[in-house]
Structures are given as structure tokens and as C-alpha cells.
Design a protein around this ligand. Structure first.
Ligand SMILES: [Mn+2]
Length: 358
């Protein structure tokens, strides 16, 4: 399928994107590219990756009634309700796992892994490259750079990032591997605070601020409320990081850390990133407990074990559970009452993986 033709043929386009900064930046790039092709997008659906089964999402799309649905930075699996419910054209532009791709005439999948490209390409950079083939979006390179840095992809895209920082004279910070203290990392954190404080609604707010911004300065001005959220989140995060050090459950023979908490904000993913970069040779699993569900973040920065495989394996047999992601980082969710079962599954799966490695 030709992406350009599919866009030109479409009369009503809706956009689904992941809640994090890479997802929001991918949505901005897709939106702007479509706009420059004289195509307007009217309906936006932020939705967490691996969770394209949510009834409110399905109903929202039904009501929007598009003839082209574009999904960015979210993995669409063959068992997803989106795949089963709709027969209009669906384009997925993603960089997550491709092991459960839907095979349907109306679904067109763009993922670098399909062509055997195993290099790590965050979705915003992949969107940027894909749309750049037929529409001029060169001025959105800084948006792609935010997505790269926020999705921990800087080491794989150093040349691109160096060019962007030089072009705009942005402060690159001291961390020349992950750019974690750079100006664009800061913008990524501001975008992420939408998801962290208000979930879907906050991600949508972050998207609108970015969508309506001509450049990075403009975005800083338009994101006033998000920046305040960011400060609140940071304060809370420092407190929880101290608690992680004191209260984590260590399985020393497995090189495994568990940490459970009742989060005030959705910081599980950020917390697991920071904790795992502090302990790159440990498998760090964070459980964010809510009344009925537990969100899970799996991290292993030295890549000795595959977190996508661990996430998928550990939820097997648990109903209402989901999970998946990348080799160093994955996420998932289980029902609260299955938490102990999940922990046992993780321990068992890690033991098996260790034995295989030996
Ligand atoms: Mn991503």
C-alpha cells in the first residue's frame, strides 16, 4: 500500500497515539504532515500502547466514523478489538513488537522491524522519516528529537541529535549518551507530565499544546499548566526514588528488584527508567497499584534479558492482563488480585531465561 495515496484518498481521518512523549511527538509529526497535504484531522484518541481494546476508545472511534484511522506509537495486535471491530482503512506506524500483527486487508502496518531493521527507532523519528519521503517537514526535526530522547533512543541516533542541537543552539547538557539533562529532554518531561498527572486527558492536552506550537519557545509558553504539573511530579518522584532505595524487594540470585507502591501520579514508567539506569545490570520491575488494576514496568538496561518476552510470558494465563514492549523496556497490567501470581511468573520466567543463558 502507498501511504501517500491512502492519505490523499481519505475523506475523514482520525488519529490514535500513545500517551508518552514519543507518542505525542509522533502525533504532532503525523498531524502536521497531513495538514501540509491539505488533510485535516478532526478526531484524536490518546491510548496507552498494548491497550487498544478499551471500550471507550472503540466507541469514540465508532462515533468519529473515519474512513482512515492512523495509529502511531501503539502496537495493534491481531486480538485487538480495533482490528476486529472496523473494516475501514487502518494505518499503523509503530516501532514495538511485530510478533502478533493482524493480517487483514484493511490494516497496513509500518514498522521498521517488518523489513528486518532491528535498530532501535523511536516512533517519532520513524514517522519523521516516513512522511519526509513525500512532504516537507524538515522543520519538525526538533519534535522527532524529543521523541528519540524521551524513548531512550539517543545512543542510536547521535548524529541526528547533534545536528538538531547545533541547528537551534539548544543546550545539550552533560549526558552525551542519552541527552537526559538536555533542553529537549526537559521538553519531553513536560509533555510526559500530561500522561503522568491526568492520563489520557493530560496526554491530549500535551498534544494540543505541541500541535499549536510553531517552535520550541512557543511550546514552552503554551505549556504553562503542564510545566507546573512537571514541577509537582518531580518533587514527588524524588520522594519515591528514596523509598525505592529503602523498600525494594531484592532477589539477589536473580539480579531482580521488585518495588510496589500506590502512586499519586502515574510515574511508574519514569521511576523504572531512572532506577534501572542506576542499576543497569538488574531487572527492575515496578508495580503501580490502583484499586483494581496494577500497572507494571519492566526494565533491564544491559539487555541481558528481553523485557518484551518477560512481559508477555509473565501475564500468560492471567485474564484481563496485557503486556509487551521492547528489549530493555516493557509495560503491562494485571488485575490487582493477580499480583502475587504475576510476581511468581516473573521469578519463574527469569530463572528459565538465566538457565538458558548459561
Ligand atoms: Mn515509542
Amino acid at each position: 500500500m502507498n501511504l501517500k495515496d491512502a492519505i490523499f484518498e481519505a475523506k475523514k481521518i482520525a488519529l490514535v497515539f500513545d500517551l508518552d512523549a514519543d507518542g505525542v511527538c509522533s502525533a504532532k509529526i503525523a498531524y502536521e504532515a497531513l495538514n501540509r497535504m491539505q488533510k485535516n484531522v478532526e478526531d484524536f484518541f490518546p491510548s496507552p500502547s498494548g491497550n487498544l481494546n478499551d471500550d471507550s476508545l472503540i466507541n469514540g472511534i465508532k462515533n468519529a466514523n473515519p474512513d482512515l484511522l492512523i495509529i502511531v506509537d501503539d502496537e495493534l495486535r491481531k486480538d485487538s478489538k480495533i482490528a476486529k471491530s472496523f473494516d475501514f482503512k487502518i494505518v499503523v506506524i509503530d516501532h514495538h513488537s511485530i510478533q502478533d500483527l493482524p493480517v487483514q486487508k484493511n490494516i497496513h502496518y509500518f514498522n521498521p522491524k517488518i523489513n528486518g531493521d532491528d535498530s532501535y527507532i523511536p516512533a517519532s523519528k520513524y514517522c519523521f522519516d516516513l512522511f519526509s519521503k513525500f512532504v516537507d517537514i524538515g522543520d519538525l526535526d526538533w519534535v522527532a528529537a524529543i521523541g528519540i530522547i524521551s524513548d531512550s533512543g539517543a545512543p542510536q541516533h547521535l548524529e541526528f541529535l547533534k545536528k538538531v542541537f547545533k541547528k537551534y543552539s539548544f543546550n545539550a547538557g552533560k549526558d552525551n549518551e542519552y541527552f537526559s539533562d538536555s533542553f529537549l529532554a526537559h521538553l519531553g518531561e513536560i509533555i510526559n507530565s500530561g500522561k503522568v498527572v491526568k492520563g489520557n486527558e493530560g496526554a491530549l492536552k500535551a498534544f494540543f499544546a505541541l500541535r499549536d506550537s510553531a517552535d520550541s519557545k512557543d511550546f514552552l509558553q503554551k505549556s504553562y499548566e503542564l510545566r507546573q504539573w512537571h514541577e509537582q511530579v518531580n518533587e514527588y518522584l524524588q520522594k519515591v526514588l528514596e523509598e525505592f532505595d529503602l523498600k525494594k524487594e531484592a532477589y539477589n540470585n536473580l539480579g531482580l528488584y521488585f518495588y510496589s507502591f500506590n502512586p499519586k501520579y502515574k510515574i511508574g514508567s519514569i521511576l523504572s527508567n531512572i532506577a534501572s539506569f542506576k542499576h543497569p545490570d538488574k531487572t527492575v520491575v515496578i508495580f503501580s497499584k490502583k484499586p483494581r488494576m496494577v500497572s507494571v514496568s519492566y526494565r533491564r538496561q544491559d539487555k541481558k534479558f528481553d523485557m518484551n518476552a518477560l512481559a508477555r510470558k509473565s501475564i500468560k494465563g492471567l485474564s484481563g492482563a496485557g503486556g509487551g514492549g521492547h528489549v530493555p523496556a516493557a509495560g503491562g497490567h494485571v488485575r490487582a488480585k493477580d499480583l502475587n501470581m504475576l510476581k511468581r511468573n516473573i521469578v519463574r520466567a527469569l530463572k528459565e531465561a538465566m538457565e538458558k543463558n548459561e
